[in-house]
Write a protein that binds this ligand. Structure first.
Ligand SMILES: Nc1ncnc2c1ncn2[C@@H]1O[C@H](COP(=O)(O)OP(=O)(O)OP(=O)(O)O)[C@@H](O)[C@H]1O
Ligand SMILES: [Mg+2]
Length: 226
């Protein structure tokens, strides 16, 4: 079986010279298909840096990253975004929805980039919105939705391409208890249906949903709790 994520000796340096920040210092991580991983660690330990690289939003300074068996090391920007569009669904703490357009149009966006035709786009976006329980909000704009609903739209957008992996950087960080519970319920269902989920959290009760917790300390994986 090929792991869905294989990272070896990952390093990331921001800046250069005296002011250089070594955000990742030789990090190794393997994630099997179908796992649900919680990434925890102190502020500044390198969690978001790692997730951005896993999501092909950024590239490492050194080390290798194999995504679904594909070595991304020599990939140019364009190849990376293609890979990202095919394999990755990314959910941000601050939702990152396009403000002046509807929930449906937000969810359709990755399919526009993928060149999917209009009718199929709409059908798939509506199905994704149904999955997160927001069929009745498809014509609303982000400012007409609650935080929890906005995050569910963002999750629908992450899912609409049927990605192998869902990555989420503190997805419940801006949500109240009830909305957090709903969002975590969606991730639970996604994982139960076979999808790989990797999320960053500072909260033990969020991490409790995962099948494995990975602790990042100073840019490396410290210890693994089962
Ligand atoms: N674009 C950047 N330029 C320079 N330094 C950066 C950049 N992004 C992150 N860093 C630095 O890299 C280190 C790791 O940052 P990162 O955002 O990965 O931490 P984190 O574990 O996600 O923290 P938090 O829990 O606060 O979100 C920090 O010291 C941070 O200041
Ligand atoms: Mg972070």
């Amino acid at each position: 079986m090929t792991p869905v994520i294989e990272v070896e000796g990952l390093r990331k340096v921001y800046g250069a010279g005296d002011t250089a920040v070594h955000a990742l210092r030789g990090l190794d991580l393997t994630v099997q298909r179908g796992e649900y991983i919680a990434i925890m660690g102190a502020s500044g330990s390198g969690k978001s840096t790692l997730l951005n690289i896993l999501g092909c939003l950024d590239v490492p300074s050194a080390g290798t990253y194999r995504l679904d068996g594909i070595d991304t090391s020599d990939f140019a920007e364009q190849q990376l975004s293609l890979l990202r569009n095919r394999k990755i669904g990314f959910v941000f703490q601050s939702f990152n929805l396009v403000p002046r357009t509807t929930a449906l149009a937000n969810v359709e966006l990755p399919l526009v980039y993928a060149g999917v035709r209009r009718a199929e786009r709409k059908a798939r976006a509506l199905a994704a919105l149904e999955l997160v329980g927001l069929t009745d909000r498809s014509t609303h704009r982000p400012n007409e939705l609650s935080g929890g609903q906005q995050q569910r739209v963002a999750i629908a957008r992450a899912l609409v391409t049927s990605p192998a992996i869902v990555l989420a950087d503190e997805p419940t960080g801006n949500l109240d208890t009830d909305s957090s519970r709903e969002v975590l319920g969606i991730f639970d269902r996604l994982n139960a249906s076979g999808r790989t989920v990797v999320l960053i959290t500072h909260e033990d009760d969020v991490a409790a949903h995962a099948t494995r917790t990975v602790r990042v300390v100073d840019g490396r994986v410290a210890g693994v709790l089962v």
